[in-house]
Design a protein around this ligand. Structure first.
Ligand SMILES: C[S@@+](CC[C@H](N)C(=O)[O-])C[C@H]1O[C@@H](n2cnc3c(N)ncnc32)[C@H](O)[C@@H]1O
Length: 273
């Protein structure tokens, strides 16, 4: 198994041409002497796509919910920051066609393999920077940012009139789901919001939230709780231990808990051109 030791110089100068570390090598690391980039998500997912893919079950929850809000059956959908393919694969189950883009060669390679392995025909995965998307103006019916940094202006450019701009992730301030307060020693969230039967919520926000791009109407915001389930509590503890450190690992080991709960939100706006 290849070593996970890497210098900060190597991280900073790696660019987007990153070779994935050997599958499973993320399991070998010294949690008390973490390597640089320990909590750098893009670096982690590009170096260990298999780790990110195993963890990213909340993306399935997000798209499953999204399918109850929008009918994609006649739509060409662009998934920006598609990573290992979790969001695109779920989108492809209902969309006419999905165009996936990312910048790291390792995750693009991983995602393409996964799409091929599953025999999916309606996804096209290419290199594409969110700040300079390789598509003509007014091409897509929907642009999705699932757990990915958005560029609203660039999304607006490639969307058709009335196209849907969709941004999805955790609710603000709860980036580490149910363990956010526990990890940071804070008390910002009522832990009840992470109970699976906690009610959904809905609100409207104005277009300033999407960098002021012209919209047909307000942005609709849907909040819901999503429970993700892993193979075993030991496996979940290993995954979160690698992503968030030893304190996170201890949480799941002590509770013998094989689920991870998220309070998620989906923001949808229709662009006006
Ligand atoms: C947290 S992952 C989300 C992956 C996927 N959408 C999902 O829901 O599982 C964020 C992704 O954004 C990608 N990313 C980082 N910078 C980017 C850029 N400039 N343009 C496009 N994608 C980028 C990362 O490589 C990573 O795969």
């Amino acid at each position: 198994m290849s070593s996970t030791k890497i210098s900060m110089d190597e991280i900073m100068s790696a660019g987007y041409e990153i070779k994935a570390a050997e599958k499973g090598s993320w399991r070998v690391y010294d949690e008390n002497n973490p390597i640089p980039g320990y909590f750098e998500f893009d670096w982690l997912s590009s170096r260990f796509p298999d780790l990110y893919h195993e963890f990213a079950l909340s993306s399935i929850g997000l798209i499953t919910k999204l399918h109850t809000l929008i009918d994609f059956s006649e739509m060409n959908v662009l998934d920006v920051g598609a990573g290992t393919g979790r969001s695109s694969i779920e989108l492809s189950k209902k969309a006419k066609k999905v165009y996936s883009t990312d910048v790291y060669s390792s995750v693009i390679h991983f995602g393409k393999n996964e799409i091929q392995r599953l025999g999916i025909q309606n996804i096209e995965y290419t290199y594409g920077d969110r700040d300079n998307l390789p598509f003509k103006d007014s091409t897509f019916d929907a642009v999705v940012f699932s757990w990915a940094e958005p560029n609203h202006i660039e999304a607006y450019r490639v969307l058709k009139n009335n196209g849907h701009l969709i941004q999805m992730a955790s609710i603000p301030g709860a980036l580490c789901g149910e363990i956010t307060d526990y990890l940071h020693g804070t008390n910002h969230h009522d832990q009840k919001i992470f109970l699976p039967n906690y009610p959904d919520a809905f609100e409207l926000q104005d277009h300033s939230v999407f960098s002021g791009i012209p919209l047909v109407d307000s942005i609709s915001v849907h909040k819901f709780t999503c429970l993700t389930k892993y193979e075993s509590y030991e496996e979940l503890a290993a995954i979160v231990g690698r992503l968030y450190g030893p304190k996170a690992k201890k949480y799941f080991i002590e509770k013998k808990q094989d689920t991870f709960s998220w309070r998620l939100e989906i923001k949808i706006g229709q662009v006006k051109k």
